[in-house]
Design a binder for this molecule. Structure first.
Ligand SMILES: [Zn+2]
Length: 568
């Protein structure tokens, strides 16, 4: 026993001496056959991976990682078994808090830009496991509603990167107790994998009498390859920002015009409600984003307390008797994904969150919409503090909206950016620009700017430059002075001077309140600059407020100016 163990330790030592670059190789193509065995809670996978060296130096070793509850069986190249060291690698990108990492010695060095095919085999179980959460102190009850992934006898639901490494990945470790390191590691991985072609073929499971149904997955069932006799195909071509996910259970299907609901038999009534609410929200989505090219899909999670999860047009959620307004909001998000594909997260996710805010506005008015977006304002500000406060341009472009892998940015901040853009150009202009959008033609970051400009004849360079192409932090407005002057018609002309203390320009609403009413104008205030505007009011203004909450900013405490009555 001592012999092989010693050799292994020596191997590991030899490998680590090379200063392993775990993120050198994205996996550009997956062609996998997967057998899911619910009775045994098992997953067994065989298949081929294509790895491309995206680093700047030749690589002799490649790293492949799977969940720690799975084990590597074989790694080959052109029929030859390759030497690899399998080791546990602590990382919270997997629900178990650990990965089975294979450090593979490649048949020969792969030059930068070069590719290598690996035939892999791995298997094991995927049982419910919330170790990564419980070990940082999250109560088990709560943690299991969040990390609900498992292959189970009666119910199976397994999400990919960031939840369960059920297909191979390769990323530096993330640790939930270290700020955003898990999100950063998963974000970088997703960024590298955006162009990956993934094909997973699920075997017809089991030979028992009561044969369970094939797993459902959130990819397409038809792809560019040939068909197969039995089993289910799952294609991601390309992957984009979707997280490959599969479920299995005694699902029934409710198939409507814009929505499919996969529900468990006891929840037929709730499934009907979901379909009904989707019908109500669909005209709004079509009006803004066009006719859905595919159906949104709601997939029931068996645990009634499970946290919902969305990826692409799939929404995994317990089917509860939710408030119809809340339900419609959730469905708007999925319906937008079904209507508006894009490889750019700030467009794909940003628009879906923006649409929810616009829908919220229809439900209960502008303030309700601003409150809806405002729930994430603090989180955005925190991330800006981490990244945006430095003057370095390298940081500024890395966390720009077009490049960011941070959810606070490509979801929450992006929703604000779309909202501000709509405030600037109006509903019709923005709708027309979105109608012109084609993901295939979106090959440059400035494509969206050109579309909006063409439809609205507005110069938006300043806006895209400060909010989309670069991360200049957030603006910070304050009202510097308010000068009311009585006119001959015994009304008032009031000049308001506003300062922007931030490094990011914005067009911001400015409201003057007076006895019996208020007036709002919009004012563009450049970074580190001042701008003034005049209001005509029938009586003396009492106070002036800059920013109704539609522009995310650093400090909202200095936005109100009380006007003192002038001496008689
Ligand atoms: Zn989404």
């Amino acid at each position: 026993m001592k012999g092989p163990l010693l050799i292994c330790i020596l191997c590991a030592g030899a490998v680590s001496a090379f200063s392993l670059d775990r993120e050198a190789f994205p996996i550009t193509r997956y062609d996998l056959e997967a057998r899911v065995e619910p009775e045994l809670q098992r997953l067994a996978v065989r298949g081929r991976l294509e790895l491309r060296n995206d680093s700047s130096s030749p690589q002799k070793h490649a790293v492949l990682q799977i969940s720690s509850s799975l084990s590597w069986r074989s790694i080959e190249n052109s029929g030859n078994r390759l030497q690899f060291v399998s080791q546990p690698y602590e990382s919270d990108v997997d629900h178990t808090g650990e990965l089975s990492e294979a450090i593979v010695t490649l048949p020969k060095e792969v030059a930068p830009g070069g590719s290598v095919d690996l035939d892999v085999g791995y298997e094991g179980v995927i049982v419910i496991d919330a170790t990564r959460l419980t070990r940082i102190g999250v109560p088990k009850e709560v943690a299991l509603h969040s990390d609900w992934d498992q292959i189970g006898k009666s119910f199976t639901a397994v999400r990919g990167a960031g939840y369960v490494a059920w297909y191979p990945m390769a990323a530096e470790a993330g640790n939930l107790s270290e700020g955003s390191s898990v999100f950063d590691a998963v974000g970088r991985w997703k960024q590298r994998e955006r162009g990956a072609e993934i094909h997973i073929w699920f075997h017809e499971p089991g030979d028992s009498e009561e044969r369970p149904a094939l797993p459902l997955c959130n990819g397409a069932s038809e792809g560019p390859g040939r068909g197969r006799a039995a089993g289910g195909d799952c294609w991601f071509s390309p992957l984009g920002f979707v997280i490959p996910t599969f479920v299995a259970g005694k699902y029934q299907l409710l198939d409507r015009l814009a929505l499919k609901v996969h529900y468990l038999p006891e929840h037929a009534k709730q499934a009907e409600t979901f379909a009904l609410e989707a019908d109500k929200a669909t005209p709004f989505v079509t009006e803004w984003f066009g006719i859905p090219h595919t159906k949104a899909e709601v997939v029931e999670l068996a645990d009634p307390g499970a946290s919902p999860f969305e990826s692409g047009p799939w929404l995994l959620t317990p089917l509860s008797d939710a408030d119809p307004k809340v339900l419609q909001l959730a469905l708007v998000h999925s319906l937008v994904h079904a209507a508006f594909p894009s490889q750019r997260p700030w467009i794909y996710e940003g628009l879906a969150h923006f649409a929810q805010a616009v829908y919220r506005e229809r439900q209960d008015g502008r303030q309700a919409a601003l409150d809806f977006m405002g729930r994430n304002r603090v989180a955005i500000r925190e991330v800006e503090k981490e990244h945006g406060d430095g003057p370095q341009d390298s940081i500024a472009s890395a966390e720009s909206l077009v490049a960011s892998t941070r959810e606070e940015f490509y979801r929450s901040k992006a929703a604000y950016v779309w909202w501000m853009l709509r405030d600037i150009v109006g509903d019709e202009g923005l709708k027309k620009a979105l109608a012109e959008y084609s993901p295939r033609e979106d090959t440059e970051p400035s494509y969206m700017q050109r579309l909006v400009q063409a439809q609205t004849k507005r110069d938006l360079e300043w806006f895209f430059d400060d909010w989309v192409y670069r991360d200049r932090g957030l603006p910070d407005f304050r009202v510097v002075s308010v000068f009311p002057r009585r006119t001959l018609e015994s009304s008032y002309v009031t000049t308001v001077l506003v300062e922007n203390l931030g490094r990011c320009a914005a067009e911001v609403p400015l409201t003057v309140r007076f006895d019996g009413g208020n007036a709002t104008h919009r004012l563009l205030v450049r970074a580190n600059d001042k701008a003034s505007i005049r209001f005509d009011t029938p009586s003396l203004p009492t106070e002036v407020v800059v920013n109704d909450g539609s522009v995310p900013e650093n400090d909202l405490s200095n936005n109100l100016f009380q006007v003192k009555a002038p001496p008689k």
